[in-house]
Design a protein around this ligand. Sequence first.
Ligand code: FEO
Length: 401
Amino acid sequence: MQAIEIKKDIFWVGCVDYDHRDFHGYSMSPAGSSYNAYLVRDEKNVLFDTVAPGRAGTLLCRLAKVLEPEKVDYIVCNHLESDHAGSLAEIVERVKPEKIFVSQAGLKSAQGHHSIGNWPVQAVKSGETVNIGKRNVVFQETRMLHWPDSMVSYIPEDKLLISQDIFGQNIASGSRFADEFEDGGEFVKRIKEYFYNIVLPYSPTVLKTLPVVETLDIDMLAPDHGLIHRGAKSVRFIIDMYRKLAEQKPQKRALIFYDTMWKSTEHMAYAVCSGLEENGVDARIMSVKHNHHSSVMTELADCWAVLAGSPTHNNTILPLMAAQLTYMKGLRPLNRIGGAFGSYGWSGEGPKQLHEHLASMNMEMPCQPVKCNWKPDHEALKACRGLGKDVAEVLRKKCEG
Ligand code: FEO
């Protein structure tokens, strides 16, 4: 178990969790994850963030390869969520740091979440600088990216930004750097997955924060999850990608997600898909029974028409659709066009309720919900294709205008 030197006297001392699948209890992480912690050796030795509960031994083992743990002088907690501070108590107990730096809001998280007792915690503000010898650490609060306590640490002498969750991805790999990771498609997908399931509600804050980040001279951007960006090209890539993800400008692609009992609504979904595709909009169909709600959200990163299907069941929609819609609403996607459809036997409220759910997310709803009694016949499927066609036309105009 090694400490990986990422710049002279700066080491990655985190841990890789290949079997990680349940990210924060609500999002899938199919490619595993890593909890990145960084040690800077200088006149004051500084540890930036720690690791998840039960992982302190791994961090200390790596750290001990390059520094006796007791010689850590400062700990910087850029973010106090448990995947980065769940082992903090064990680390503090072992290294007995002279100071622990947190943001102003981090003080509350530290008190409420980690029972800090008499730890030597010091709250810092944006722009505050701590000299550690040959280097300085400049703190920048990034409130609500994605917790109130979130901040980043910039070391100008090394052109290094340690960015906590921002710019991260859930990837477990033996590679530490993005440029060493061979599957570019997987990498981009995991960035989108992270953004759309964690960061999306704070897109306006991302757009305000990126210009601040861009004032810094950065040639390495080291997040708390996944791979590190090194070199101007890689740093530019992730900043531009974040801007694009946060701007949420429409593209000609649609997502159809649905649940079904006896396949009637499923047949309708495929007819809606035909209507979209015949009118120049690529579409992806996802059954919520076979796709985790976070996978559906990840797909939304490339989709601007959102069509939801459910049969009516007990005067409402099926429970997995209700869960998906609740999750999606909380993540506050912007600039989408919605549509609803579904089959029914006798009461038929489902599609209207879907329509209302999507409208409550401020989606543009150009069409009335399409519903079909019992099994869809030729006319019902034609109505579904019509829904796809009408939504496609609105989306195409939105993309062009
Ligand atoms: Fe990676 Fe917000 O914790």
